[in-house]
Design a protein around this ligand. Sequence first.
Ligand SMILES: [Zn+2]
Length: 293
Amino acid sequence: MQASTPCTLCRGREFRQLHDMGERRVLRCAACGLVRADPLPSMDEKQFVETQGYTDAKAFPEVHDFFANCHRDFVDDPVIRGMRRQLVDLEGLLGGPGDLLDVGAGTGIFMYLARERGWTPRGVDICPLSAEKAAREFDLEVSVGPFEDHDFGGQVFDAATMLDVLEHVHDPLQTLRQVHGMLRPGGAVAIAVPNQRCLLTVLVDTYARVGGPWAQGLLERLYVPPHLHYFTPPTLRRALEVAGFRVQVLSQSGVYLGRYRMSHAMRVPLETVLATGAIVGMNARLNVLATKR
Ligand SMILES: [Zn+2]
């Protein structure tokens, strides 16, 4: 079947439908395997949906809960420690801190952690509310709008980070190419995305295909409107290589559920599935460190 636009990764036009969720479908490219939403939203719709995550606790409770810890009195939890690890890894690759571009800077917490370690961070985010929070909580300036519209005065960076961002953008390959163009030769990028080949997703996909009674609700929690592309280790690696990067490390990590409100009846099976996924190499998150070729 055809989608409204060709595949960003291979320009293929043939797709297989994974799920029909009414207003949008989830498709897999027949040629390269990249999973995407279809149709992709307009930029106005995109900005609305991304902002809703911060303002409307009911629309995306996970996003709302996640950002509840992004303020100056933050609790030093596993998510924060994961961010610090990203910085340590970049410093290891580059020999120390330098000029950092944080794409999808959110509330500025990552930029704050970077500044603490000696980096000079700049950031951009599509959501004006998060930029306001970055200024208020961390005294950081985050440029507002789609990353594609910003060139930062032609500044060249030592490193770029896109943590939970690439799955949100319309054209991940184009975004990666733009990041590539803003890095110095040998500069590095750190990326984190959800893993489409995570055990939880595979189980929900299978359950939905056999028509389980809660399938629709589960799909809506898994394939949320802000996410437009869904990466596996091979598709993420390919996107980076096509954009001109050399992948140095591609690893998996778990998701920390401690920030999220949920019932015991929900938390226990979810933690069990996620822990099993970690054991069998189908963990919840993918992390990449890559350098500019
Ligand atoms: Zn493709």
